[in-house]
Design a protein around this ligand. Structure first.
Ligand code: ZN
Length: 139
């Protein structure tokens, strides 16, 4: 995966807006949640509780994650992404984010509120300790 080619990942506008709204409501605590896709396209956003209740880390409660994953499976959807916010930081994964990003098949999205007037969403995948960024296209 050394390709310099920039991959793109599409995000429906209402999902992007919901992620940003969630981030703004939880600030200064990091917000987090799970995105489900139907036929490869994000169809549903699940807000989850940040068990860390921290302004610099997030952790989805394992029981809540199991429940959401079960709901996604029951609908025949797929777990597409896990998002969280950086209320004061840039949209780059922290070392803790990378260490905890254990699902290779999902996108990890970060909503940065560093510039409050211009929230930014970035998408990453973590494969074998390597971070790959894919450009988010809101559509
Ligand atoms: Zn983070």
């Amino acid at each position: 995966m050394d390709s310099a080619e920039i991959m793109k990942v599409g995000l429906p506008k209402h999902i992007a807006e919901e992620m940003i709204a969630h981030a703004q409501e939880e600030a200064p605590i990091e917000a987090c949640g799970i995105l489900a896709a139907k036929d490869g396209r994000v169809a549903r956003l699940y807000r989850t509780r940040n068990a860390d209740q921290s302004p610099v880390t997030y952790r989805i409660d394992p029981q809540e994650q199991r429940r959401v994953f079960g709901d996604i499976e029951a609908h025949g959807w797929e777990v597409w992404g896990i998002y969280h916010s950086h209320p004061n930081g840039r949209g780059l994964p922290s070392l803790t984010d990378v260490r905890r990003a254990t699902l290779p098949q999902v996108y990890y999205l970060i909503v940065s509120l560093q510039r409050p007037e211009k929230p930014l969403i970035r998408a990453f995948r973590v494969l074998g300790g390597h971070i790959l960024e894919e450009k988010v296209v809101v559509e």
